[in-house]
Design a protein around this ligand. Structure first.
Ligand code: CMP
Length: 138
C-alpha cells in the first residue's frame, strides 16, 4: 500500500466554489498536501488522462466536461492513501455514495461528480506524473 494518491477537484465543484471546503475535508481526514495547482485541461489532455475509458459511451462527454473549466489537481500523502481517499470521496455515482462523503455532499451526477481519486497505487503514480514535475512536489 502506497503513501500517495492523486486527486482532482473537477470543473463542476470548482465553478460552484467548493474548493476550500473540499480541501479542508481532505486535510481534516489526515491527508497532507504534497503538491497543488489550479489548471485547465485542454480537450487533448483530458482525452489522454481518461484514455482507459475511451471505449465507454460516456467518454466524449467526460472529455468535454473535464476540459470545460479549471480543475484543482493535487498529490496527497497518507498511509494507505489510495484506499482511504476513495472512502472519503464515496462512490462514483453520488446517488450511491455514503453520507458525509465528498461526492454525496458536492457532486451533481455520475459524470459531474466533483472529484477524482486514483483507483490503484500504479494509477496514482501515473496520474501524479501527468500533472506534476519533481520540482512541484513538497
Ligand atoms: P472518475 O473517478 O474521475 O473516473 C472516470 C470518470 O468517468 C468518473 O469519475 C465520472 O466522472 C465519469 N463516469 C463514470 N461512469 C460514468 C457514467 N456511467 N456516465 C457518465 N460518466 C461517468
Amino acid at each position: 500500500m502506497g503513501r500517495f494518491t492523486f486527486t482532482m477537484i473537477k470543473p463542476d465543484a470548482f465553478a460552484k466554489g467548493h474548493t476550500g471546503a473540499i480541501l479542508s475535508r481532505i486535510q481534516e481526514a489526515g491527508f497532507r498536501i504534497a503538491a497543488l495547482k489550479l489548471t485547465r485541461l485542454s480537450p487533448e489532455k483530458a482525452a489522454a488522462f481518461y484514455a482507459v475509458h475511451r471505449e465507454r459511451p460516456f467518454y466524449e462527454s467526460l472529455v468535454q466536461f473535464m476540459s470545460s473549466g479549471p480543475v484543482v489537481a493535487a498529490i496527497l500523502e497518507k498511509d494507505n492513501a489510495v484506499e482511504d481517499f476513495r472512502k472519503l470521496i464515496g462512490a462514483t455515482d453520488p446517488a450511491k455514495a455514503e453520507a458525509n462523503t465528498i461526492r454525496k455532499l458536492y457532486a451533481e451526477s455520475v459524470e459531474r461528480n466533483a472529484i477524482h481519486g486514483s483507483d490503484s497505487d500504479e494509477n496514482a503514480r501515473i496520474e501524479c506524473d501527468f500533472f506534476f514535475s519533481a520540482l512541484e512536489r513538497f
